[in-house]
Write a protein that binds this ligand. Structure first.
Ligand SMILES: Nc1ncnc2c1ncn2[C@@H]1O[C@H](COP(=O)(O)OP(=O)(O)OP(=O)(O)O)[C@@H](O)[C@H]1O
Ligand SMILES: [Mg+2]
Length: 151
């Protein structure tokens, strides 16, 4: 299983206390999106925490949508692309997603043209949306690894 409840709980606690820019040794911020912050833990697992107040009552959150997409499509194989492995911990009714740390490069604007057919095909096959260049990484063999996905 990917990640630990202990680290997911710590990640949530750091963000809720506003400590994300003052993290203890072994923890780092590796990225921020519009809805979530991604912390790299001492176990080299990425923990994604939603900002407080971002999720509206009764609406599915990004972490929930992502984990649902993982359960539905994580086993599927795509040509030249895959979803980053994902797991979920629920702490006080709040989901925190654990994700494999992907060591890859974000494609620049021009390179993205080369990958667009692949991302469109996956969007078409799965209903996963928003596969723009901030939500994918390109790994050594030129495969796309999708690191932010949802339905
Ligand atoms: N598994 C991962 N491996 C490496 N880097 C990651 C991983 N997950 C996220 N990141 C980095 O963190 C950033 C923010 O994460 P993510 O896209 O999941 O946040 P978000 O709030 O869902 O984004 P959005 O603004 O698209 O809604 C990514 O753009 C990427 O740079
Ligand atoms: Mg994103």
């Amino acid at each position: 299983m990917l990640g630990t409840l202990e680290n997911a709980t710590k990640a949530l606690d750091f963000v809720r206390k506003g400590l994300q820019y003052n993290l203890p040794n072994g923890w780092n911020v590796i990225g921020e999106g519009s809805a979530r912050i991604a912390l790299l833990g001492p176990d080299s697992v990425v923990y994604k925490v939603e900002y407080d107040g971002f999720v509206y009552e009764g609406e599915e959150s990004q972490c929930e949508s992502e984990y649902r997409a993982w359960k539905k499509f994580g086993h599927m194989s795509f040509v030249g692309a895959r979803l980053a492995e994902c797991n979920q911990f629920v702490i006080d009714n709040t989901p925190v997603n654990a994700m494999e740390y992907v060591m890859g490069e974000r494609p620049d604007y021009k390179e993205m043209a080369k990958y667009r057919d692949r991302t469109r095909e996956i969007e078409y096959q799965t209903g996963i949306c928003d596969l723009h260049r901030h939500n994918i990484l390109i790994v050594d063999n030129d495969d796309i690894v999708i690191i932010d996905y949802g339905l």
